[in-house]
Design a protein around this ligand. Structure first.
Ligand code: SF4
Length: 398
């Protein structure tokens, strides 16, 4: 059985690259079952001419979904006998977008469902993927898979050691509330291989590295004892702060922690279900900085019910909290609670999925304008808009 797994090209060249972890994981899992599997990233290379697959898997998030359809048409011409299976967050949320281009869609985790399709063929057009309980059942990726993900990447080799998040932010399409982890030994081996084969600048992309404090401490302890010499970034969460853990993380090479802060206004934080307040955020950012770890604050402009006043609170907070910061526009991605209510509270400007990137405005809540959203975003990320700043300063008297 030959299986070709395809990461579609990004919607436009400057989009950045989404690393095909999910597909690489499916590839490793199928290889364990002696399938002949190839992985190709169409952002970097072309479809192979010397590998004729029986099954083709194409994975896509929303901005990649149009290119997924585009490449499935090419695949159909090149390999008319191959079965085409779509997966990934976009088709999990809107499986009907996959047809008539796909023979089947897998929603959620793809490993076991792809294996079943390879062994038994397609029996249902929309398959709900069964999650793998023990993530270590997925072998570490072979060298060719690693190269497909990381080759040529000068900074930030992303790595994932967990799946799922217990929180429920309204703009997020993460639905797996039960968090599953790779074992510490598996994860450490993955880190060691990456550092040895490429370089030591690694971003641990687990949704919240500090969620399981004992596990995070064990990982850091091993990194220190093994003297891996890593430069690490992680995602934290305001509600999962522990100063002793952060001090240990610092020793293990963590130089920056990113917090999804989103807003400087308590009402918006409540509406988007962040489960923390502005005061709690302020304290956690300050105490994190005291450990010597940089804080990368992530903000979001344009959620449901935002007004110029709530956005001004966010800008004011952002300018005071930490120098390292990023700001995106709120996008009602399919599969989120935000997507379900967006039209009641604002204007969806487009359903062109190529434009669903968080640096593009696809949604404007009734209390805002596109112009104000841009000015606010630019002010947060550094291109300060003087008149907006003056207005905010007057309003907040700082
Ligand atoms: S945004 Fe982050 S914290 Fe919120 S649900 Fe998604 S992964 Fe969890």
């Amino acid at each position: 059985m030959k299986v070709l797994l395809i990461q579609p090209a990004p919607p436009f060249p400057s989009f950045g690259d989404a690393l095909p972890f999910g597909l690489a994981s499916i590839a490793s899992f199928l290889r364990k079952e002696r399938m002949d599997v190839a992985l190709v990233d169409l952002g970097k290379e072309s479809l192979p001419s010397d590998f004729v697959p029986n099954v083709v898997g194409i994975g896509a998030s929303t901005p990649y979904s149009k290119n997924a359809v585009f490449c499935s048409k090419k695949v159909k011409k090149l390999f008319p006998h191959a079965k085409i299976v779509f997966g990934g967050p976009h088709f999990t949320a809107i499986p009907e977008n996959a047809f008539p281009y796909a023979d089947a869609v897998i929603r959620g985790d793809g490993e076991l469902a792809m294996l079943d399709i390879c062994y038994n063929g397609i029996s249902e057009r929309v398959v709900n993927g069964t999650p793998i309980e023990n993530l270590d059942d997925i072998p570490l990726p072979d060298k060719d898979l690693l190269d497909c993900i990381y080759k040529g990447r000068k900074t930030r080799l992303h790595i994932v050691g967990a799946r799922g998040c217990p929180f429920d932010c309204v703009f997020c399409a993460e639905h797996s509330k039960a968090v599953r982890y790779h074992s510490v030994d598996y994860f450490i081996e993955n880190l060691r291989v990456l550092a040895q084969r490429y370089h030591n600048d690694i971003f641990i992309s687990d949704d919240i590295f500090t969620l399981n404090k004992e596990r995070a401490a064990e990982i850091c302890g091993k990194i220190i004892r093994m003297q891996l010499g890593l430069r690490l970034r992680v995602f934290g969460h305001i509600n999962c702060f522990d100063k002793d853990l952060l001090l240990l993380m610092k020793q293990a090479g963590v130089h920056t922690i990113s917090y999804g802060i989103e807003s400087g206004n308590n009402n918006i934080l409540r509406l988007i279900n962040k489960k923390f307040t502005v005061d709690e955020t302020r304290r956690v950012v300050r105490e994190t900085l005291e450990t010597g770890i940089n804080v990368d604050c992530l903000y979001m402009i344009g959620n449901v019910s935002e007004t110029e006043e709530t956005v001004a609170d966010t800008v004011a907070f952002a300018l005071q909290a930490s120098k390292e910061r990023w700001c995106s526009f709120a996008i009602p991605f399919p599969g989120t609670k935000f997507y379900e209510v967006a039209e009641q509270y604002g204007t969806i400007l487009t359903k062109d999925w190529d434009k669903y990137t968080n640096q593009n405005i696809a949604y404007v809540p009734y209390g805002l304008t596109k112009r104000y959203m841009r000015r606010a975003r630019d002010t947060i990320v550094g291109g300060a808009d003087r008149s907006l700043l003056a207005k905010i300063r007057r309003r907040l008297r700082f």
